[in-house]
Ligand binder design. Structure first.
Ligand SMILES: NC(=O)c1ccc[n+]([C@@H]2O[C@H](COP(=O)([O-])OP(=O)(O)OC[C@H]3O[C@@H](n4cnc5c(N)ncnc54)[C@H](O)[C@@H]3O)[C@@H](O)[C@H]2O)c1
Length: 375
């Protein structure tokens, strides 16, 4: 396998992956529409500049099957990353999210079904497909709680409780066999992408891998997209001297995985036959609270902005999720290498080297509030 097509390859994960694959001697083609939300109005983002000239770049939309078909011709493998990625935004731009994420994947799979040389397909899924993920109840053992109730959230009860004992549940690492219960339209579309790809991979005998990425961060992350990426949103706020507003009580947690580790997992999945027809979690495997993220960034930027607890909550948000990595470690020997403190320092020093971005955060809050998605 020499020729690799990456849809969405000018984005955060895709551009880092492109650089690494080119270094390893692959011929990479990137197919990307340089979405303005990610790349800015002039589409000349740092992300795009980082891959310009080292790969074949095709400006195109995955929703346009004709253009995509040309890009797939003579490729040995496809890594399908192109997607709309904002969880909150997906709750009101439902048409756009389902169109790009599901129709785009449908186009790709039709092309593979019609006629192609493709011998491997990798699709970017997400931890968002699990919703709340896996918890431990003292009476029932492992449980997969439903989305938290509006009544509790509006009374500032943010934790997840057992329906049997009424006690707070202990959150544990979510493995790949955990219940699929997405809480957002974005999560639903990622699950659809995964299911469609895994099914058609089998039908077409194209080895397929689905990677359920946790929260990916690191240098190159879009600093101008106010809809996604908590580290970049907080950074742009702090560097503009603005306050960081934290939803809930700040103790909600996520599994932050450094971009180099995500690239490592993706390349292992591409090169290793043991990955074929598997779904894998990709994370660091440890939870970090949102409040800790805010405090660490606040200190590293020495910002005059303050950390404000709003006690507000966002519809579609989950309380906790972190990855169980046993499967990906045992099958393809993925081992995350960059712990959060090391990664965040790298990220912050990269952010400091970039031009200061305009802070559009308030605009997203107004949008979410007007749609009834922040309460
Ligand atoms: N970054 C994360 O934390 C994370 C977590 C879980 C899953 N994922 C998934 O990984 C993939 C890559 O994420 P990312 O963080 O690099 O996102 P990103 O937004 O940085 O990159 C996505 C790229 O896709 C392109 N794109 C968007 N719509 C397109 C279309 N219609 N046609 C062609 N190109 C289009 C954009 O221009 C962008 O370059 C996505 O599928 C995302 O859902 C990311």
């Amino acid at each position: 396998m020499k020729n690799i097509l990456i849809t969405g390859g000018a984005g955060f994960i895709g551009s880092n992956l492109t650089i690494k694959l080119v270094d390893k001697g692959y011929n990479v083609t990137v197919f990307d529409n340089l979405s303005r939300q990610v790349h800015g109005e002039d589409q000349e983002s740092a992300l795009y500049s980082s891959i310009k000239g080292i790969c074949t770049f095709i400006l195109g939309d995955v929703c346009n099957k004709k253009d995509l078909k040309k890009a797939v011709e003579s490729q040995d493998a496809v890594i399908h990353l192109a997607a709309e990625t904002g969880t909150g935004q997906s709750m009101y731009e439902i048409n756009r999210y389902t169109h790009v994420n599901i129709l785009g994947t449908a186009n790709l799979l039709e092309i593979l079904a019609e006629d192609s040389n493709v011998k491997k397909l990798i699709v970017a899924s997400s931890r968002a497909i699990y919703g709340e993920g896996k918890y431990l109840c003292s009476k029932e053992g492992f449980v997969y709680p439903e989305a938290r109730k509006e009544k509790d959230l509006s009374n500032s009860i943010f934790d997840v409780f057992s329906s049997l004992t009424k006690k707070k549940l202990e959150f544990v690492a979510t493995d790949e066999l955990s219940k699929i219960a997405p809480n957002s339209i974005y999560g639903i579309t990622k699950h659809q992408q995964e299911q469609m790809s895994m099914l058609m991979g089998k039908v077409l005998s194209i080895p397929t891998v689905s990677l359920r990425y946790q929260n990916v961060y690191g240098p190159g992350q879009s600093l101008s997209n106010p809809y996604t990426g908590i580290l970049s949103i907080f950074s742009t706020r702090l560097l503009n001297g603005n306050n960081i507003e934290i939803y809930e009580d700040g103790y909600q947690s996520r599994d932050f995985v450094y971009i180099d580790d995500v690239v490592q997992a993706t390349i292992l999945s591409l090169e290793n036959k043991a990955a074929n027809n598997q779904v894998f979690n990709v994370g660091f495997g440890k939870p970090i609270s949102v409040l800790d993220v805010a405090k660490i960034l606040h200190q590293l930027y020495a910002s005059r902005g303050e950390i404000i607890m709003t006690n507000k909550y966002r519809i579609g948000d989950i309380r906790h999720n972190y990855a169980d990595l046993k499967k990906i470690t045992s099958l393809i020997n993925y081992r995350p290498t960059i712990d959060f403190l090391t990664g965040v320092e790298e990220f912050v020093s990269w952010v400091k080297s970039q031009d200061l971005k305009i802070d559009h955060y308030n605009q997203t809050q107004i949008e979410l509030f007007n749609k009834g998605l922040i309460r």
